[in-house]
Design a protein around this ligand. Structure first.
Ligand code: TXA
Ligand code: MG
Length: 339
């Protein structure tokens, strides 16, 4: 199969492909999604094949209007409505109980709930208006870093999908916050750009993290969070800024690549053999999150034997989401300096 890269003016052609059970990756503000019509079982099952995704990992249904969600769910709790009104379109995915038989088990992984999101990219919402709701898992091979550029999608899925809609580089860089909302409580299943503090401020309700996000050995409520993820072939170790000099000494026999802020890299006075990737100018998790997945893909090269990645200790803004993804990429390996 030839994978075509489409431009925004090709929207009608893309809609036609999707209506004929084809797969087209689409851009969003977070990462690229692999699109198929949510009500088309044949197309949705091809999404799992193309990604090599385990079948018990449910998909997010992307909508262009809140009314499209109403069709599928038993109810929209008050707090969910408040969150939709405040953050949609935007990087927030809301898990809601669904009416029986309205969505295929292939979409929901057999759960009685479904995750919904309205992406903050007009082009993609215009596409959804033409096709109806689209499933959109991140458009990467399962286990690899999510795609933030067309070429990331092409690298993983060339020959496996009909096309990719080119929307340039994504602006948030990490996937949406996933929340489960009940009348009493809001539970964060996956951290993202919409933070715990923002959710609390908007709803006046207590917001908790799923136990898995606090203690890694707890089973996650979100099936996808249990899988190995974001992993380059080259091992990754997280290093906090103050420990970098010592880490370079510890790993001096490795062919090291460093992904960190420019200010940190400049302060290390590195030899020329060390490959570097600037995640941000200064220590800034929002900027680092945008470049995280591109950095992991770029440094995943046989010329490197170890990637050292800048860690963030603070738990504000995008830092929580950045560290959540990076810890998975590093298989939880954080450098501890010798005392
Ligand atoms: O930003 C995003 O959310 C991107 C863009 C393309 O929209 N999509 C994305 O999809 O990250 P995916 O499939 O890679 O991640 C969806 C996550 C998985 O961890 C999955 O297990 C979880 O959402 N999820 C989906 N449905 C769920 C449900 N009913 N209950 C709990 N978790 C669910
Ligand atoms: Mg994914």
């Amino acid at each position: 199969m030839k994978t075509t890269i489409y431009k925004p003016q090709d929207l009608e052609e893309i809609a036609m492909i999707l209506k004929q059970s084809g797969l087209v990756a689409f851009p969003t503000e977070t990462v690229y999604g692999l699109g198929a019509r949510a009500e088309d079982e044949e197309a949705v099952s091809k999404v799992y094949q193309a990604k090599g995704r385990p079948s018990d990992n449910p998909l997010i249904v992307h909508v262009s209007a809140i009314e499209e969600v109403e069709k599928y769910v038993t109810e929209i709790p008050k707090n969910a409505k408040i969150l939709m009104d405040t953050y949609w379109p935007g990087p927030l995915t809301i898990v809601l109980p669904i009416k029986k038989g309205m969505l295929s088990n292939i979409v929901t992984g057999g759960l009685t709930t479904c995750a919904f999101r309205m992406p903050d990219l007009k082009l993609t919402r215009q596409l959804i208006e033409q096709t109806g709701p689209l499933v959109g898992p991140s458009a990467n091979t399962s286990g690899k870093p999510s795609p933030t550029k067309v070429m990331h999608v092409y690298h993983d899925l060339n020959g496996k999908i009909e096309g990719i809609l080119d929307g340039g580089t994504t602006t948030v860089g990490v996937e949406s916050t996933v929340v489960e909302v009940t009348t009493e409580e809001i539970l964060i299943l996956r951290p993202g750009a919409i933070t715990k503090e923002m959710l609390e401020e908007t709803t006046g309700t207590s917001v908790k993290y799923d136990a898995h996000l606090i203690k890694e050995n707890e089973a996650p409520k979100s099936p996808g969070m249990k899988y190995k993820h974001y992993s380059p072939s080259v091992p990754v170790v997280i290093v906090y800024p103050e420990d970098f000099k010592q880490a370079l000494e510890t790993f001096k026999d490795e062919r090291i690549a460093i992904m960190a802020s420019q200010s940190l890299i400049d302060s290390l006075a590195l030899s020329e053999e060390v490959t570097t990737y600037y995640l941000s100018e200064g220590h800034d998790s929002q900027e680092a999150a945008i470049h995280l997945f591109d950095a992991l893909r770029t440094l995943d090269s046989p010329q490197n034997t170890l990637i050292l990645a800048e860690g963030y200790k603070e738990k504000v803004g995008l830092a929580t989401a950045y560290m959540n993804r990076l810890k998975k990429a590093a298989a939880q390996h954080i450098y501890t300096p010798n005392q």
